[in-house]
Design a protein around this ligand. Structure first.
Ligand code: NI
Length: 260
């Protein structure tokens, strides 16, 4: 009975079309709603498209850093940072233990960088200065991903241009590769037409590192100094009491711990 089958197919088509239209409408409405939600809840300095993408992929179950004011919290289970063995701007060997119980604000780059690195290091310095005495609890650290050219004297000269307390860390190519791996920093030498000179491609996040050496917050490129300062202030304040039961950093910095 071919006639009946054909009639059944015709009978089922209209409801399916209606369902598709309803589904399309719901999809449009929810995407629009998510866009509005992203617009309302995006962090200072966070682009709308970026905020939307972050929230959309979070909705789909993606492991995306959760944005907070001016920074991004790490996804659950993701640990960045930790042990390193490097050489400071005076030529002395340093490890993460030399920074134990201190907060660090860390950036990876190279001194020959024409624009991005100087901008981000300037932002770090401005954020710490904006914090006043609270900023003195945080050590600004610049780690080179171009150790062949960035010797300790070159690092000393470079970091002094940005902040009087900024540390400049270099090391052997292997040491740099290891610390970059722990922070998941991408870097590679960029090919250039002219011989001799070269640039480096590298990822450009600023890391707020807790007194335990673990990364607490990531700042994207172009984060405003004010937003960065606000996030640092809240992080340092929030974790003060719990993280440092023994050696408080009050003694180290000369500043009394904040109440609470
Ligand atoms: Ni750079």
């Amino acid at each position: 009975m071919p006639g009946l089958a054909a009639r059944q197919r015709r009978a089922y088509l209209p409801p399916m079309l209606v369902a598709i239209r309803i589904f399309a409408l719901l999809l449009l409405v929810s995407l629009g709603g998510l866009w509005a939600y992203a617009w309302v809840t995006r962090a200072p300095g966070e682009g709308l498209a970026e905020a939307f993408a972050t929230r959309l992929s979070r909705l789909m179950g993606g492991e995306v850093p959760i944005p907070s004011a001016g920074g991004a919290q790490l996804a659950q289970g993701l640990t960045l940072g930790g042990a390193f063995s490097l050489v400071d701007e005076t030529g002395r060997a340093v490890t993460e233990r030399d920074f134990a119980d201190r907060w660090m604000l860390v950036y990876f780059g190279f001194t020959y960088c024409p624009d991005v690195c100087p901008t981000e290091l300037g932002t770090m310095a401005a954020a710490l200065d904006a914090l006043g005495p609270a900023g003195e609890q945080v050590v600004p650290v610049f780690i080179t991903i171009d150790p062949e050219r960035d010797t300790p004297p070159a690092m000393a000269d470079y970091v002094a241009r940005f902040h009087p307390r900024m540390r400049g860390l270099t090391g052997t190519p292997e040491q740099i590769a290891e610390v970059a791996r722990r922070y998941r920093v991408y870097y590679a030498r960029a090919r250039r037409a002219e011989a001799g000179d070269y640039l480096m491609d590298h990822s450009s996040f600023i890391y707020l590192v807790g007194p335990d050496g673990k990364v607490r917050t990531l700042f994207r490129p172009d984060t405003a100094p004010d937003a960065m300062a606000a996030t640092i202030a809240s992080q340092v304040r929030d974790r003060r009491t719990g993280i440092m039961p023994g050696r408080g950093d009050a003694a180290a910095t000369g500043h009394a711990p904040a109440p609470g």
